[in-house]
Structure formats: structure tokens, C-alpha cells
Design a protein around this ligand. Structure first.
Ligand code: ADP
Length: 157
């Protein structure tokens, strides 16, 4: 049976920290589905369609990785794509507190689904999507934190 993992997140934007989790996850799983959760109550900074294309570009040479977006419960989506595993990254104890609750809920919704946590690589631990958004908003270059060039990204807002 193929070992498929769903890597869920907002990915606003997808960073080198996320890329590292995917690349290391590929040693554990046959296929990784990167799932961008859409939140009706939260506007994105980096438009969804463009982020999907950029992530696909970053993994163009990696046939075991694909990208989807979804509404609703992560656990339902995992079941739909045939993933018995959820993949998440842990940077610090704040991440742990949050992830602990989420993973219990996911197992409640989808019995048997296991969340696999990878501890962040130390040099990537300080990278967070929210810091990158702030830097970008005020005109700072952020390419060094991203696994794709942002140059041709035209923000809608
Ligand atoms: P969410 O909004 O669901 O927290 P994110 O897109 O912020 O989604 O993050 C998705 C996952 O990637 C989370 O498990 C988060 O802890 C992890 N992550 C975020 N940044 C890094 C990083 N620099 N290194 C490793 N994991 C990270």
C-alpha cells in the first residue's frame, strides 16, 4: 500500500522551511500532497492560484509531490486523497502546543490517521510565513527565504 502523506498548511507563502519538511518527508513517504487550506474568514496575502503554481514549480522535478487547495476539515481531505498520514513541522514549543491539540482532533475526525512531526532544521527555524509577509509588505526582498523566485509575482492587492 502506498504511503501517502498530506502536508496541510496556509503556506502564505510556502517557505524554505516548508520545502525542507517536504524533502525530508519524501524519505518517509511514497507521495506527499501539499494541501493549501482555504479559510473563508481570512484573506490571503499571496494569492492562492499563484502560490499553487509557484510550489508546483519548486517541485517540478519531484513526481511524488503534488499540490491541492481545499476547504473544510483537513482530516476529511486526508481521507479523500488516500493519506493515512499528516505531515507537520515543529519549530518550537509554541508550535508543539498548537499541533498537539490539532492532531488529537484530526484523529477524532479520521480514526487511525497519524500525524508525523519533523523537527525543523536549525538554520530554517526562524523562518515564518508571517515574518516574510511583513518584510514583503514593506518592500524588503524575501527571495532568500523562498524555494522559488518571487520576481514575476504580481500581487492582486
Ligand atoms: P498553519 O497556518 O496551518 O500553521 P503554515 O503554513 O504556517 O500553516 O505551516 C504549515 C506547517 O509547516 C506547520 O506544521 C508549521 O509548524 C510548519 N512550519 C512553518 N514554518 C516552518 C519552518 N521554518 N520549519 C519547519 N516547519 C515549519
Amino acid at each position: 500500500m502506498k504511503r501517502i502523506a498530506l502536508f496541510p498548511g496556509s503556506f502564505d507563502p510556502f517557505t524554505k522551511g516548508h520545502e525542507d519538511i517536504v524533502l525530508r518527508g519524501l524519505r518517509l513517504f511514497d507521495e506527499i500532497v501539499i494541501g493549501i487550506g482555504r479559510n473563508a474568514h481570512k484573506d490571503r496575502y499571496f494569492p492562492l492560484d499563484q502560490m499553487i503554481r509557484l510550489i508546483e514549480g519548486a517541485f517540478a522535478n519531484e513526481p511524488a509531490v503534488r499540490v491541492i487547495s481545499y476547504d473544510g476539515l483537513t482530516a476529511h481531505v486526508a481521507k479523500e486523497v488516500g493519506a493515512r498520514f499528516l505531515l507537520r513541522g515543529l519549530r518550537n514549543t509554541t508550535d508543539f502546543e498548537y499541533e498537539n491539540g490539532i492532531s488529537q482532533v484530526n484523529r477524532y475526525v479520521y480514526e487511525g490517521v497519524e500525524t508525523v512531526f519533523l523537527i525543523t532544521s536549525p538554520h530554517l527555524a526562524p523562518i515564518s510565513s508571517s515574518i516574510i509577509r511583513d518584510l514583503h509588505r514593506y518592500g524588503q526582498h524575501v527571495n532568500e527565504f523562498l524555494p522559488y523566485p518571487l520576481d514575476d509575482l504580481h500581487l492582486v492587492k
